[in-house]
Design a protein around this ligand. Sequence first.
Ligand SMILES: [Zn+2]
Ligand SMILES: [Zn+2]
Length: 229
Amino acid sequence: MSRTPPDFPQLSRRTALTSLIALGVALQAGPLLGATKRKFYLQPLGSGLKQSDVEFVKKSLLAFYDFDLELLPEVPLPKSAYYAPRNRYRAEKLLSFLKQRLPDDGFRILGITTKDISTTKGKIKDWGILGLATIDGVACVISSFRTKRKTKNHQHALERFGKVAVHEIGHTLGLDHCPTEGCLMRDARGSVLSTDHEYDLCSEICRKQLIRSGYELSGGNPPWPKPSS
Ligand SMILES: [Zn+2]
Ligand SMILES: [Zn+2]
């Protein structure tokens, strides 16, 4: 007759109990330490970005999305993305470049540049844009080049830039363009001027979808004034 060593089951129970307690502690500590927050990286591409501008983009994103935001050291724009005929950079190539640069613990990466960027839009082979993202994609990119048009001052251009950042990150979190008046996910239709009528992510469609997808939103106020009309 085989016998189980008498203390074996007891030891096993104690180990299991200890593990459960450890798990309980981990679950409690997680949210307090912010360990469960998703990590987003900001990647400056090329020179010319002011630190205060990068800070404003960070502030804009954190007013909407509750995640950890980390700034990566600046890297030059990849030569592979350069489009010589128009002296600008192809945004979809920048997305592939950024994807490769996402650190292992990162959830999304946002490339940020002062240089003009472009993509193919319908029949237009090389169309200048404010930003590009793929829906549910890992990377997106924004450019400040087109934000200065008809601006009153630098702050005005900066606010537009922040809005574009919130918009492109919204795409990477699964949001499509939104028809709601004043919503940051409205289609810019190629003009930066449309961002001047935008203020917030709408609660009826966009915020609802983000929450349904399990994304944490922050309760901050947008760092720009409410449009008058
Ligand atoms: Zn868009
Ligand atoms: Zn919306």
